[in-house]
Design a protein around this ligand. Structure first.
Ligand code: BGC
Length: 626
């Protein structure tokens, strides 16, 4: 890991976001479809949301996003139909389907690469359009000719997070993820329509505290602690709590990574010992659930052992989640607060990176959504487990075109879990990433010499310039989505400190927009899409509870000093590929604006100890190590 902030697809979606900045109204309708055909039982849910804007009195444009969930049998191709209520509504350009309009009737036919829609899978598609008079939503939909049933108005309109007026550059060119050449047909993974937790006694999730970090002591992993302490000066932070990564099935058991390596039970036993030794404070232990089939689908460095095409989703459930849940539910651990960090990068990849075959396969098979929902179901059933779902970072989901659709996908995925959205205690941002917590020297709404900061190359029209503002805004959006108003956010601050000699101490005095931003920003990366072993980074805020409104804790989920990926190809049996974003000589790709990777040289495989990186992080810590 850590994967891409934005694909080329997301970049073009960005433009769509720009067209929609003068948002006049948002809203949605949802049709719940239940109908049967002779062949396959077609049932589905369709959600239709729009961003509308007015160009002159009585007319304007809009972007419509549709989510179709197949709640019936698997489909090999699909045809979605609906009728605009008004004659003045037109589709101008759509994506992820072949869009046609005849009179007021609109049809979206599947593309070769997204026709197969497993039972339980969801599909996102949309279009830009124009309206005159008004822009009411269609009230019914068909899938493969089968009429979709009654209409359930979905929760009330969700205002855009920062409806700042903006210059609105040219409206919405090509928003679509360009379809990648069709992925080779994969054997059907036969997903079940919804996660089916094994017939263990029905959960009665006990009372959980609102913030598991409040008043608690963080579990110190003795293995990471020893690595940190072995580095010069490392003992200053070696007592910090870091997360346990269950990054493959074998990591659940003892001895998997060498004779003395610890499995989940070993860590939980040690956490119980730490709990006994720390007085009355409870211990919070963080466990990363990270083994979905087609993991890290938009990158290579953290590809995993399970594949969608090789029964990955069933193996994920039975060989990975079930054993983890069984260990965590041992009553010997009942007094621990176990935080489960669920599947880094997975759902955001389904929002922005569907132009990549591995992500498309993850989406079409329903593997990510089902896997996440299954993990949520099983872990929520254990009363002292707190589920936090990974929510990317500001430099990935901060654009409107990614922000709302991600929240929608989190919502629809959690709805698949037994227990629904209540299974989610919160979300985490910036996991294993480097985004600055706060940019103190400029504001997203500022201008330089009459030009908006948002238009600078670094900000690139994002609505957020740092992680804290993003996490707080995204939390609100998730509450609008229907998650509990008590959800809390975590921010991984393990490596986003950006201190040391190169940290700007005040705003630049330059009147050139890009020079101003580049010389003022504390995040010293060349591009916010850079994610691998970043040169110049430092340790960030030390973990603590309740640091800011809506934030449950700053946490160190990525253990500092563990590599993000090898800088040259290293053969291995961990399923990990070689991602050139970890190669300092690489000139980049469309996901980092074709900039240098900014990665450190001589890096080992992801997860392996990288002494030189740890030393740099220590030297550049911000706040500095006292
Ligand atoms: C790697 C995992 C590792 C984790 C923590 C990820 O990038 O893929 O194998 O456990 O980082 O270092």
């Amino acid at each position: 890991m850590r994967s891409t902030p934005r694909s080329g697809a997301a970049r073009s979606r960005l433009r769509r976001g720009l067209a929609a900045v003068a948002v006049a109204a948002l809203g949605s309708t949802m049709a719940v479809v239940t109908a049967t055909s002779a062949q396959a039982a077609v049932t589905c849910d369709v959600t239709y949301t729009t961003n509308d804007w007015t160009t002159s009195p009585g007319q304007g444009g809009f972007t419509a996003n549709l989510t179709v969930r197949n709640t019936g049998d698997a489909l090999s191709s699909w045809n979605l139909g609906f009728t605009f209520p008004n004659s003045g509504q037109r589709v101008s350009q759509g994506w992820s389907a072949n869009w046609t309009q005849s009179g007021s009737n609109v049809t979206a036919a599947s593309m070769p690469w997204n026709g197969s829609l497993a039972s339980g899978a969801t599909l996102s598609l949309g279009f830009n359009g124009t309206w005159s008079g008004s822009n009411p939503k269609p009230t019914s939909f068909t899938v493969n000719g089968v009429t979709c049933g009654g209409v359930n108005p979905s929760p009330s309109p969700s205002p855009s997070p920062s409806p700042s007026p903006s210059p609105s550059p040219s409206p919405s060119p090509s928003p679509s993820p360009s379809p990648s050449p069709s992925p080779s047909p994969s054997p059907s993974p036969s997903p079940s329509p919804s996660p089916s937790p094994s017939p263990s006694p029905t959960p009665s999730p006990g009372p959980r505290v609102d913030n598991p970090y409040a008043g608690a002591t963080g579990y110190v992993n003795p293995d990471w602690s020893a690595s940190a302490a072995s580095e010069p000066g490392g003992s200053a932070v070696a007592n910090t709590s870091t997360a346990i990564w269950l990054d493959r099935i074998a990591a659940i058991s003892s001895g998997s990574a060498g004779n003395n390596s610890k499995g989940l039970r070993d860590h939980l036993d040690l956490a119980v010992q730490q709990d006994a030794a720390n007085g009355s404070a409870p211990v919070v232990i963080q466990v990363v659930i990270y083994n979905l089939p087609n993991r890290d689908c938009s990158a290579l460095a953290s590809n995993g052992e399970l594949k969608v095409a090789q029964d990955g989703i069933n193996r994920y459930k039975t060989e990975y989640i079930d054993p983890i849940a069984s260990i965590m539910s041992d009553t010997a651990y009942r007094n621990l607060r176990i935080v489960a960090i669920i599947e880094i990068d997975s759902l955001p990849n389904l929002v922005t990176n569907l132009n990549l075959a591995a992500c498309q396969e993850a989406k079409n098979s329903g593997a990510y959504e089902q896997g996440v929902a299954y993990a949520l179901s099983k872990l929520y059933a254990i009363p002292n487990v707190y589920n936090y779902v990974d929510a990317g970072h500001h430099g990935w989901l901060g654009w409107d075109s990614n922000f709302g659709p991600s929240a929608d996908l989190f919502g629809s995925t959690a709805d698949l879990a037994t227990g629904g959205k209540a299974t989610v205690h919160g979300f985490i941002t910036n996991t294993a990433n480097y985004s600055a917590l706060v940019e103190p020297h400029f504001s997203v709404s500022g201008t330089v010499n009459g030009q908006q900061i948002r238009s600078s190359r670094w900000v690139d029209w994002n609505f957020y310039i740092d992680e804290l503002s993003f996490a707080q805004a995204f939390r609100q959006r998730l509450v609008q989505e229907g998650f509990s108003s008590n959800i809390g956010m975590l921010i991984d601050t393990s490596r986003n400190g950006w201190g040391g000699p190169n940290r700007p101490t005040g705003p630049s005095t330059s009147t050139d927009l890009n020079t101003f931003v580049n010389n003022s920003k504390v995040d010293r990366r060349v591009h916010a899409g850079n994610w691998c072993n970043q040169s110049g980074a430092g340790l960030g805020e030390r973990p603590r509870a309740n640091p800011a409104t809506g934030i449950d804790a700053y946490v160190w989920v990525k253990p500092p000093g563990e590599s993000d990926g090898a800088s040259t190809e290293i053969p291995n049996n961990e399923g990990k590929g070689f991602d050139r974003m970890c190669d300092p000589t690489y000139g980049g790709n469309d996901r980092n604006g074709n900039n240098p990777s900014g990665a450190l040289a001589n890096a080992p495989l992801s997860g392996h100890w990288f002494s030189a990186q740890f030393r740099q992080l220590l030297a550049n810590a911000y706040p500095p190590i006292s």
